[in-house]
Design a protein around this ligand. Sequence first.
Ligand code: NAD
Length: 449
Amino acid sequence: MNNDNPWIRAKLQLTKASEKLGLDKLLFSMLSEPDRTIEVSLPIQMENGSIKVFRGYRVQHSNIQGPYKGGIRYHPKVDMDEVKALAFWMTMKNAVVDVPFGGAKGGIAFDPKSLSEIELEKLTRQFSRKLLDVVGAYKDVPAPDMNTNSKIMGWIVDEFKVQSEKLKVKYSEGELRAVVTGKPLEMGGLEGRVVATGFGGAQVLMSMLKKLGKSQKAVPAGRQGLTVAIMGFGNVGRFVAHYLQKMGFKIVALSDSRGGIYVPDGIEDTEEINKYKEEKGFLSGCYCVGSVCGFKNKKKLGGRDIKPDEVLELPVDILVPAALENVITHNNADKIKAKIILELANGPTTLEGDKILNKKGIIVIPDILANSGGVATSYFEWYQNLHERHWTKERVLKKLKEKMEIATNEVYRASLEYKTTLREAAYIQALKRIEKSWRNKNFSSRNSQ
Ligand code: NAD
């Protein structure tokens, strides 16, 4: 891993795409810094009586397209620059997939696995209280991200409700539910949300392969398809593995933070690995304790243990980073053998890493397109809450598939029109859409000064 600052990278990406598009200079300045950054102190009493102080962040990057929208991450490496970059990428991603949201992100810097469930809930509820003034269905709508899930989203919604009642702020039932997405089903969550990012990523890959004229090999069912290695086996990695396998791709390697497995002949059923992790139990009802590298049938399948990062350098057709950012860098990009990279993590490739991949002719399907399935369904959840609707999982996935196909085609077309990489094309496509909304809202240079 390296120290490439994601916020500097995000700004460079914005600059390059803006120049190519000829973006309005005032709009460029607006997007070059977040609208608002929030940093809060979160002291809590631990179960052993000691006091620990945590640091929480929320960055609202832009609301030109609609309410701020973006996940909340729990990880020791969370800091302001990381959250700023992630919020900027949310603005871009929401515009690429065409949902009426702006961009935001948040997080708390700590290792969630070091807290008990009681401590985790206390910390989450305190974070929710500190964000009370700035979140809301029409203001800023958080969602899950790394190390957060529907249970944690449920605590945030509940705390928002309790505090709003205390302060006698009136919201409709729908508005209270729509304050967060990725909730448990019984609190207004969406059927299919949990699989959405992985499912959406698989659809993007299929659509892009068709455009590139490479689809035939992927179609046969069973273990004949293009080979895939996946880094990360959480909310995203687990489901992209499942759906790609169903589509006929051959999943040969998986890894998580503790290690990985490599089975050159293909892993029979990735769901079994998930079952194995679940059998090992959950930590505090929130995090799985097991690891993919502990999979009991590994030897029988002819597989071997690998280190978590080794998954990046295996001889495969498709590599799917679905864990952390900055994992493909100048140190390892040269060793990558995959022909296509499907970026499901946010910001997995550094600037230097990206240059090397481009030089090698590796096709990178960029994060702001590839992982936008999550936020597309977050929009469905938000809409359902506000309009008191309920869609089945089949309907949600059908609508999502259509959305991902349209977004993929638009990015591909932009790459041809502007003779550029898919990454730059995705930024160009996003900026075009944002500029249109901005002009429609009369935010033009003349009117907004
Ligand atoms: P998660 O916490 O559910 O899972 C993360 C996985 O990565 C875990 O399996 C963990 O063990 C693994 N991991 C951590 N460090 C690793 C390492 N060094 N090597 C290999 N594996 C490692 O998180 P998630 O929700 O699946 O998110 C993964 C990525 O996808 C993040 O970058 C996130 O921002 C992005 N993303 C998530 C969503 C979503 O809907 N959850 C949507 C868009 C983007």
